[in-house]
Design a protein around this ligand. Structure first.
Ligand code: ARG
Length: 270
């Protein structure tokens, strides 16, 4: 995680961001601290990145890169407003001894658009990540990839509308995907929980599964029954300040089993 020291909505690069409705820094700090405390209560070791002034979206660590088996593919941000983050993330991963690969200038926004279902990398494209980046990322990590087309600008990153809880259970918001990609998702896992628009728009799919607890924004409580049937408990946290920037729990978190000794990964480490 990266503290929200310099977090704010000072530019608009997704439909949720409005510079006219500014972030309350106090409330953002409280919401971020509550998430960190939740992870710690659940036994997750939290590794912190240093925030940098002038990079308000660095708090969304999911976009630093995607990691697998000790390696990382660094993000190449679509928008110039976030490209200044790249050198910070490169340095942080190198500091932790992880070989850092990249997509040679092709847009790719890390774990925001690349999530593991078992050992298959599921990638979203259409808004932030270029489809051409996907085979490069898969080759760099030595994994197979599935490509999903995102069609609704409110769900501009895959992690806003799709969340693997384990290798056999997925949350997804069908309206965010092209018809062919919706069909693809329904074949990806044994249990696919469809999240209606009203709940998905509250960032419920932007979740992190820690053992049997699904940590997300308050909207996840609307999925309590389906989650219980799947063996999970919903834990909703207020995320309003980060939602003003188009982010929630998952965006604020990058699972690093490589660094944190396996704790805290929402994804099976393979
Ligand atoms: N304001 C940020 C952006 O538009 C939010 C990023 C949210 N991150 C995520 N993994 N969905 O880039």
């Amino acid at each position: 995680m990266c503290p929200p020291t310099y977090f704010g909505v000072v530019y608009e690069i997704n439909p949720w961001m409005h510079v006219a409705s500014p972030v309350d820094p106090r409330r953002a700090a409280d919401q971020w601290e509550a998430l960190r405390a939740t992870y710690q209560d659940l036994g997750v070791e939290v590794v912190l990145a240093d925030p940098a002034p002038g990079l308000p979206d660095m708090v969304f660590t999911a976009n630093a890169g995607v990691t697998w088996d000790g390696r990382v593919v660094l993000s190449r941000f679509r928008h110039p407003q976030r490209q200044g983050e790249e050198s910070h993330w490169r340095e942080l991963f190198a500091h932790h001894g992880m070989p850092v690969l990249d997509t040679q200038g092709i847009s790719f926004e890390g774990a925001g658009d690349a999530l593991f279902v078992g050992d298959t990398l599921v990638c979203g494209y259409g808004f932030r990540t270029d489809r051409a980046a996907i085979p490069l990322v898969a080759r760099a990590l030595g994994v197979d990839a599935v490509e999903l087309e995102l069609v609704d600008p409110r769900y501009y990153h895959l992690d806003t509308c799709f969340c693997p809880l384990d290798a056999g259970t997925i949350l997804f918001a069908p309206a965010a995907f092209s018809p062919a990609s919706q069909a693809r998702v329904r074949r990806l896992a044994r249990r696919v929980i469809e999240v209606p628009n009203g709940i998905a728009a509250g960032f419920a799919c932007n979740a992190m599964a820690i053992a049997d607890v699904v940590v997300s924004s308050e909207a996840v409580e609307g999925l309590s029954d389906q989650l219980r049937e799947a063996g999970y408990r919903a834990l909703g946290l207020p995320m309003g300040e980060f939602m003003k920037s188009g982010g929630g729990v998952r965006c604020l978190s990058l699972p690093l089993p490589e660094i944190a000794g396996g704790a805290g990964s929402g994804e099976p480490a393979g």
